[in-house]
Design a protein around this ligand. Structure first.
Ligand code: NAP
Length: 439
């Protein structure tokens, strides 16, 4: 730790990058902790979407990941620093504030005079044991990442909001049929998405239905549905289930330090101020109403302006007396989906890989839309690991092989490291496998 930042921003979605642009242009020493893994991908939920048509200034729409890349480039033009890591804990009782990060290379401590929390929200799950068991084996929360595995198959999407309908429309590119399962007969999604989805002949509807069980042993075979009005049960055979039922705010590292509401959203008063003077919040982490890219960006600008006012002491602010909640036990920062030892490699069978010789032992299977793949690439690059990347959309056989060889997993990134298969970007498992490799 060498310097005290003026403004430390946690999060790299629209709120985080916009706050960074404003803070840097106000000549504050600004750093963005981008996030790595916990709470979703760096760049936030837009990294998981396709075309964004309601962000002003892009008359023909813009792809979510491209919008985020442009915001990042714009912020970097003003000389901000970035820390590619997850925030694990904070101490807001001291001045300057202390923020601890973890990037897979040990915990680091950072100090800042003002903090802007823009950590967004991550996908919610139904909470069924069968859903948990089959995650990655046909259950997914990212259609753009994993949709390719379901070419010409029948899948379902749970939810009635914009995300669910966007995912359903996207999935019709790959799947032969997409059924939207929604617990009411009224959809929450915007009219334009409803019209598009209803006009799509590959989309079918199961309204007034809830999923009570995901069926299948090693892979999803179907879902058991219950009619929310009659209680009658039925089975829908599908090989993929995409959960799109909203998001929960990413506030675990801040519990006990600032006031949160009962659902975990940061309580802000008078614009972006939290219960701790000098700590501000912007975007979905404090917004349960609007939750749009443009409103997140706007609140990022507001948070930076509020931080500027706080730092320059232009106006005395009356702070609320909201008391923080007691700190719960820290949440696990990693989720291991599977480590399968000594599986036969799909890639080592290919001529391409044979030509690479013994030196190449790290293989990463990706798709172009997968933000965790980008995070994993940066992780491997920082560790100086050479690897072979296989984009399964360009090599569909690899997708089939991963599934067969991992016993039913259909998700990316998937790694092969010296015969060990690691499903999902699991830093602990990767570290372990890499430390045993000759790389
Ligand atoms: P959302 O609007 O909160 O919708 C969540 C949906 O999941 C609702 O239909 C809800 O049902 C259902 N649901 C919630 N919990 C459930 C459970 N336990 N079991 C079954 N169903 C459940 O979330 P979202 O679709 O992720 O959208 C979040 C925000 O992002 C919204 O403001 C949305 O407008 C925005 N967004 C915008 C775009 C766009 O403009 N292109 C795209 C994506 C998202 P009920 O309706 O019965 O509550």
């Amino acid at each position: 730790m060498s310097q005290v930042y003026d403004v430390l921003i946690v999060g790299s979605g629209p709120a985080g990058w916009t706050a960074a642009i404003y803070a840097a242009r106000a000549n504050f020493r600004t750093v963005v902790v981008t996030g790595m893994q916990s709470g979703g991908p760096p760049g936030g939920q837009l990294m998981l979407t396709t075309l964004v048509e309601n962000y002003p200034g892009f008359d023909e729409g813009i792809l979510g990941p491209e919008l985020m890349e442009r915001m990042q480039r714009q912020a970097l033009r003003f000389g901000i620093s970035t820390i590619e890591a997850d925030v694990t804990r904070v101490d807001f009782s001291t001045r300057p504030f202390v923020v601890y990060t973890e990037d897979g290379f040990g915990e680091k401590k950072h100090e800042a005079r003002a903090v802007i929390i823009a950590t967004g929200a991550s996908a919610r799950w139904l909470g069924l044991p069968s859903e948990e068991r089959l995650r990655g084996r046909g259950v997914s929360s990212c259609a753009t990442c994993d949709g390719f595995f379901f070419r010409d198959q029948e899948v379902a999407v749970v939810g009635g909001g914009d995300t669910a309908l966007e995912e359903a429309i996207y999935l019709t590119r790959h799947a032969s049929k997409v059924t939207v399962i929604h617990r009411r007969d009224q959809l929450r999604a915007s009219k334009i998405l409803q019209e598009r989805a209803k006009a799509n002949p590959a989309i079918e509807w199961q309204l007034n239905k809830e999923v009570v069980e995901v069926l299948g042993d090693e892979r999803v075979k179907g879902v058991r549905l219950r009619d929310t009005r009659t209680g009658e049960e039925s089975v829908l055979p599908v090989s993929g289930l995409f959960i799109a039922i909203g998001h929960r705010p990413n506030t675990d590292p801040f519990r006990g330090q600032i006031a949160l509401d009962p659902d975990g959203f940061i309580v802000t008063e008078r614009n972006t101020q939290t219960s701790v003077p000098g700590v501000f919040a912007a975007g979905d982490v404090q917004d349960r109403r609007y939750r749009q890219a443009i409103t997140a960006a706007a609140s990022g600008a507001m948070a930076a302006l509020d931080a500027e006012e706080y730092l320059t002491g232009e106006r005395r602010i009356e702070w609320s007396e909201v008391k923080p909640e007691p700190a719960p036990a820290p949440a696990a920062s990693y989720t291991t989906m599977a480590v399968i030892d000594s599986a036969p490699s799909p890639v080592t069978r290919t001529a391409e890989n044979q030509s690479l010789g013994r030196r190449r032992k790290v293989v990463m299977y990706t798709t172009s839309w997968c933000p965790d793949c980008q995070a994993a690439k940066r992780f491997l690059a920082r560790r100086g690991v050479e690897y072979l990347e296989v984009d399964i959309e360009k090599d569909p056989k690899a997708a089939e092989m991963i599934e067969r060889w991992s016993g039913g997993y259909r998700t990316v990134p998937t790694f092969e490291i010296d015969g060990t298969i690691i499903v999902d970007f699991d830093r602990e498992a990767l570290e372990k496998a890499l430390s045993g490799s000759t790389q």
